[in-house]
Design a protein around this ligand. Structure first.
Ligand SMILES: Nc1nc2c(ncn2[C@@H]2O[C@H](COP(=O)(O)OP(=O)(O)OP(=O)(O)O)[C@@H](O)[C@H]2O)c(=O)[nH]1
Length: 613
């Protein structure tokens, strides 16, 4: 059965994995585990004694000191208790395999690592530094040290730093999983303490706040902080803890931390004011209190964390499968990938044509509505007006008017009329061409697998459109040929079946001669009109056949054939260019993969501990 301690150890490991894999919260584009993990955050004004409290909890000097804002990146301090007698040491995950036994070097590394991200500019950065300390003198605990809240920027630091620090500290303490260690010096007015003001704001009920009073030894003679420490003056849900750290003089004299802890114990044990509270005061007591509390919080949160981990793993896996596998490196595999992508596109395109996806029906719309309407609108009325018939027939006759039927006149009138059919024939071809182009565009957009490859997408679109253009040319030739065929040989039967003109009796010299001629032309007009009507009926049926044969059927069967031939001739480098992924997607895939790795390792961590129930 696992002990309670292993819970903190587990969370410590997950926190370290978070840092290694770049999860330190604040990034809304990816699920974050960091923010779900409970942690203790040390908050206080400048010189309130934060560093001193941390060092005395650890029992070691290891934090950078100096004037101005020294802590400029969050420091995640993980304490691991080891057996008595074993040499204590520190480790930074950013320097794996290096064990620090000299704590002065730890201090230097924190300084250097701070500068590595913030530069010497004295800016602050939210990217945490992780430090693990293994020691017999600690309890298992994770503490996060943040820059001290300050009112003024010092020389060399930008004015915005005051606000930047507050924003960073706030981003930590606002999280419901954050346990706030609010440090206030006892020799100052507690009501104006930066730490207490902030914690009141984000944790009004005081559930998450541990009040710590430092510098009890520096209070004016005759005053004490018993009212605060007994929870009367500033009540919180958790007890206040009083601390006596090393003074500046002690630090200068290199009083070691273990001696300082002893002095602190003596201070409380012998104090007339605090003697009755001695067992609940001091940095060692504070460390144990926090450790116990952190364990219980982790225990309570664990089921929620586990389900968050599982949910995030599902989400990330779904997104990764949506983003697709990384691109293969050898030419054969690349060609295979490209062909697969083409097939995926082609399949969707066919579904649009054959049904299953919308769009194909609009082609039928061209044949069923647009073509017949265009045929109906042809200006035959004008072409077969009496005036025009007279003109055409007379011109065809020349100096000798026709005797029986105006053979030449008929031919010219019909030829002229048939010419008009070219318009609707070409328009049908173009209309279907644009519909097919639109379907190509839509199919490309709907091919999820292609989204990653903008270059290939553009190439497929270009190749498909080029094919459609060729099909259009062919289709135009064919439909126009149908029209020409109608002109080249007229249907003889139609004319044979026409009723012959019956000689009307009467006197051809009478006034009715004009009427006779008019009737004659009218009959010619109506004969031509019904012949043209018959042709129109034929073309209404044959143009769609030609269009489907030349454009739709070809698009279905061989839209990318030409592209495939070109692909076969391409060299490895050109193939790689086609699979040139969108850099944003590549980046996203990497990020998701890294985050997934984090969640999986977190799941393994949690699985490996069997819970004491
Ligand atoms: N006498 C006495 N001095 C203390 C106590 N706590 C801190 N000091 C002194 O107060 C000064 C500031 O303490 P730090 O621990 O550096 O305070 P800090 O909050 O980390 O300061 P910054 O990192 O500059 O924000 C140091 O000179 C400490 O020696 C205490 O309990 N008693």
């Amino acid at each position: 059965m696992a002990t309670m301690e292993s819970l903190i150890v587990t969370v410590n490991r997950i926190q370290r994995a978070c840092t290694v894999l770049g999860d330190h919260g604040g990034d809304t584009a990816l699920p974050t585990l960091w923010e779900a993990l409970p942690s203790v955050v040390v908050v206080g004004g400048q010189s309130s004694g934060k560093s001193s409290v941390l060092e005395s909890i650890v029992g070691r000097d290891f934090l950078p000191r100096g004037s101005g804002i020294v802590t400029r990146r969050p420091l995640v301090l993980q304490l691991h208790k080891i057996e008595q007698g074993v040499q204590e040491y520190a480790e930074f995950p950013h320097l794996p395999k290096k064990k620090f036994t000299d704590f002065a070097m730890v201090r230097k590394e924190i300084q250097d690592e701070t500068d590595r991200i913030t530069g010497k500019s004295k800016q602050i950065s939210p990217v945490p530094i992780h430090l693990s300390i293994y020691s017999p003198n600690v309890v298992n605990l994770t503490l996060i040290d943040l820059p001290g809240l300050t009112k003024v920027a010092v020389e060399g630091q930008p004015e915005s730093i005051v606000q930047d620090i507050e924003t960073m500290v706030r981003s930590y303490v606002e999280k419901p999983n954050c346990i706030i260690l609010a440090i206030t010096p006892a020799n100052q007015d507690i009501a104006t303490s930066d730490a207490m003001k902030l914690s009141r704001e984000v944790d009004p009920s005081g559930e998450r706040t541990f009040g710590v009073l430092t510098k009890l030894d520096l209070m004016d003679k005759g005053t004490n902080a018993v009212d605060v420490l007994e929870g009367r003056a500033y009540p919180l849900q958790h007890p206040w803890v009083g601390i006596v750290n090393r003074s500046q003089a002690d630090i200068n004299k290199n009083v070691d931390m273990i001696a300082a802890r002893r002095r602190e114990r003596d201070f409380f044990a012998t104090s007339p004011d605090y003697g009755h509270l001695a067992s609940k005061m001091g940095s060692e007591y504070l460390a144990k209190l926090l450790s116990k509390h952190l364990e219980s919080v982790i225990r309570a949160r664990l089921p929620g964390i586990t389900s968050l981990i599982n949910k995030s793993i599902d989400e990330l896996e779904a997104e990764l499968s949506h983003l697709g596998r990384p691109v293969a490196v050898d030419a054969g595999a690349q060609l295979y990938t490209i062909l697969e992508l083409c097939r995926a596109f082609d399949k969707i395109f066919k579904e649009h044509l054959e049904g299953g996806r919308p769009g194909g029906d609009r082609i039928y719309g061209v044949f069923d509505h647009q073509l017949p309407a265009a045929l109906r609108k042809l200006p035959f009325d004008r072409h077969l007006s009496l005036q025009n018939i007279r003109k055409v027939v007379s011109e065809a006759d020349g100096y000798q008017p026709h005797l029986i039927a105006p053979e030449q006149g008929y031919r010219r009138l019909i030829d002229g009329a048939l010419h008009y059919f070219r318009g609707p024939a070409e328009a049908s071809v173009d209309a279907v061409h644009f519909l097919l182009k639109e379907l190509v565009r839509r199919s490309i957009a709907e091919t999820q697998e292609l989204k990653r490859f903008p270059t290939l997408q553009a190439e497929i679109a270009a190749a498909a459109n080029e094919s459609l253009e060729r099909f259009r040319e062919e289709s135009k030739k064919t439909t126009l040929r149908l029209v020409e065929m109608e002109s080249s040989y007229l249907t003889v039967d139609f004319f044979r079946k026409l009723p012959q003109e019956v000689e009307k009796g009467g006197n051809p010299n009478s006034v009715s001669a004009d009427r006779y001629v008019e009737g004659h032309f009218r009959r010619i007009g109506s004969n031509v009109s019904s012949y043209v009507g018959m042709v129109s009926e034929t073309l209404r049926n044959t143009i769609p056949k030609a269009v489907v044969y030349c454009q739709v059927r070809e698009a279905k069967q061989s839209l990318l054939n030409h592209f495939y031939i070109l692909l076969g001739k391409k060299e490895a480098k050109q193939l790689a260019q086609l699979l040139d992924e969108d850099p944003a997607l590549m980046e996203r895939r990497q990020q998701c993969a890294k985050r997934l790795e984090l969640y999986k390792s977190a799941r393994d961590e949690i699985d490996s501990v069997s819970w004491a129930r």
